[in-house]
Design a binder for this molecule. Structure first.
Ligand SMILES: NC(=O)C1=CN([C@@H]2O[C@H](COP(=O)(O)OP(=O)(O)OC[C@H]3O[C@@H](n4cnc5c(N)ncnc54)[C@H](OP(=O)(O)O)[C@@H]3O)[C@@H](O)[C@H]2O)[C@@H](O)CC1
Ligand SMILES: Nc1ncnc2c1ncn2[C@@H]1O[C@H](COP(=O)(O)OP(=O)(O)O)[C@@H](O)[C@H]1O
Ligand SMILES: [K+]
Length: 511
């Protein structure tokens, strides 16, 4: 079974786990569709505000005062409902508004009018120990940087260390991209509605949300599911069914062959990490393909992993004559950019599958078209695993589009290249040319250690070699990589990470 989720939807005690991620625009469309279907918009706001009040009482029972900060839109509307509910429960609730009250309209105005609590301008708020801030200033409608005086106020509250419960999103965090717009609250807890937004999962947004609670406010779940589009939170439910199952009729070649290219004589460690990771991920045979000058360095370090001498393009052509050699890793520690390019292109033209990492990515700086043409196919045969620096190097125009977040950038790169792109980091995004995308959030900080990227490239190849489709293989490998790091614990070396792959796989596979 999939592992338990950190995110839960609560409906009258019922707990619903969901991987749905909706950008604010998609959420607004769902909202509008629900209202068009006959559900009054104000009812949604009532349930949202009541859920916030319930969470405030449950999570911060020790509060002296609940300080509800309300913005000019529907996020503020949720705040007025929450304040009313808290006061009705006998709690001390005080209201502060950030804009002129005459700007309120629609459901937010109704919520304000039904609240019957005095509302004061935000600058009159005097912080006191024991205050709990309910942040209902901006949510999905944040459209620009915060005004400087509001940013200052938020920073002062943060500096005072008062606990913050955010409504939908911490104000200042862009729900679509996770970017901070001038300043942002750092919440202990965030209550959101129906589905996660990219800003809850992408950095820095994720670090500002605290724990995220997803509340069902009565929009039919089928509407949420129908709108989910192609963006998901990465978790085993997405790819578990694609993972290979042990089959008594298998032989080692049927369980997949992975070839990893080595670097030069003094740079063979990276390829050995990739090769070992491919083997640990279940590939039946793994081979290192090395330039002649590196063979002597590799011989003492390889046992179950085979070694082939592939010195030049002619050797590679012979190697590709063997139809069992289907899946390749090129880049970790490779060095020679010209040869990296010619090898990668030859693999592409030979209709094979390639995981291109590290130096293999950098080698195609300014030459993305050649790579795309060599791997052009109906289904992607190329997986690219750039970290931020490599992504900027290969896709400078996409990287410079400041209005776009990591999901859009990864999708654009995948579309441009016709490849699966795994844009690494603490919030790795995996995207396919058809727009499918997943955000990963299980990687512990200690995964950022030398060689862990080499391990990931090998894991992806190891799964692809076992016929897991490349997008599913990439999502699975990224998730298992994070799980393995958690099992290995901190501090961790890339070798420790390798050791933990088996247990990580066992923890999510059924057999
Ligand atoms: N989805 C659901 O199911 C439900 C969602 N609900 C709730 O609705 C929320 C979304 O409401 P929303 O669309 O009214 O947007 P919201 O975040 O209140 O902000 C818009 C206001 O802020 C202003 N503004 C923006 N940026 C600004 C800036 N930097 N500096 C200054 N002003 C700025 C903007 O002004 P404008 O850009 O128009 O000038 C406008 O006045 C959502 O987060 C959730 O809490 C529930 O009630 C019901 C069910
Ligand atoms: N702060 C972080 N928290 C969690 N995981 C991280 C963090 N930074 C990087 N990672 C992950 O660690 C791995 C590092 O890969 P890479 O940068 O290629 O390192 P190397 O080249 O040393 O192998 C990637 O899988 C990346 O997603
Ligand atoms: K908010």
């Amino acid at each position: 079974m999939p592992k338990t989720q950190e995110f839960v939807v609560q409906t009258a005690g019922e707990i619903w786990t969901t991987d749905v991620v909706l950008a604010p625009k998609a959420m607004a469309e769902v909202d509008a569709a629900a209202i068009a279907s006959g559900i009054p918009g104000y009812d949604l706001m009532e349930r949202a505000g009541q859920a916030v009040a319930a969470t405030a009482l449950r999570s911060f029972p020790e509060a002296n005062r609940y300080i509800v900060l309300c913005g000019p839109g529907n996020n503020g509307g949720d705040g007025y409902v929450a304040a009313r509910e808290l006061a009705a429960c006998g709690a001390s609730a005080e209201l502060y508004h950030v804009e002129e009250l005459d700007r309120l309209s629609g459901d937010a105005r109704t919520a304000f009018e039904r609240c019957h609590l005095p509302a004061n301008p935000l600058p009159t708020y005097q912080m006191q120990p024991g205050d709990v801030i309910i942040d209902a200033i901006f949510g999905a409608g944040l459209s620009r940087d915060l005004p400087p005086e509001l940013a200052e106020r938020i920073n002062a509250i943060t500096a005072a260390g008062l606990p913050v419960l955010a409504v939908d999103l911490p104000s200042g965090i862009d729900g679509a991209t996770g970017e901070m717009r001038g300043a942002a609250f750092t919440a202990s807890k965030t209550v959101t509605f129906m589905a996660q937004k990219p800003g809850h999962l992408l950095l820095p947004g994720r670090d500002h949300c605290g724990s995220v609670e997803i509340v069902d406010i009565g929009i039919p779940r089928r509407m949420v599911e129908a709108a989910r589009g192609a963006l998901k939170r990465n978790h085993p439910g997405l790819w578990q069914a694609d993972l290979p199952r042990a089959n008594l009729a298998d032989h080692k070649y049927r369980r997949g062959h992975v070839s990893v290219f080595s670097g030069p004589f003094n740079g063979t460690g990276a390829c050995r990490l990739s090769a070992a990771a491919a083997a640990r991920s279940g590939a039946g045979i793994v081979a290192v393909a090395a330039r002649r000058s590196a063979v002597a360095a590799l011989v003492p370090h390889l046992t179950s992993i085979m070694l082939h001498s592939v010195d030049n393009e002619l050797d590679l052509a012979h190697y590709l004559d063997d139809p069992r050699h289907q899946t390749f890793v090129l880049g970790p520690g490779f060095g020679d950019f010209a040869q990296a390019r010619s090898f990668a292109l030859a693999i592409g033209h030979a209709q094979r599958t390639l995981v291109l990492d590290a130096d293999g990515i950098t080698a195609f700086k300014g030459k993305v078209d050649e790579l795309r043409d060599a791997f052009a196919d109906v289904t992607p045969r190329l997986v690219l695993t750039p970290h931020e620096g490599e992504f900027h190097r290969l896709f400078p125009e996409i990287a410079a589009e400041n209005a776009k977040g990591k999901v859009e950038k990864t999708r654009d790169a995948a579309g441009l290249l016709g490849a699966i792109v795994v844009y690494k980091g603490a919030d790795t995004v995996i995207a396919a040319p058809d727009g499918s995308a997943a955000i990963n959030d299980n990687a512990p900080p200690w995964l950022a250690t030398a060689g862990s990227g080499d391990v990931l490239a090998g894991m992806i190849a190891g799964l692809i070699a076992q016929r897991v489709p490349p997008f599913a293989a990439s999502c699975a490998a990224v998730y298992l990589h994070g799980e393995a790091a958690k099992l290995a614990g901190s501090p961790m070396t890339a070798e420790d990470l390798l050791e933990a792959i088996t247990a990580a796989m066992a923890s999510i596979t059924q057999d």
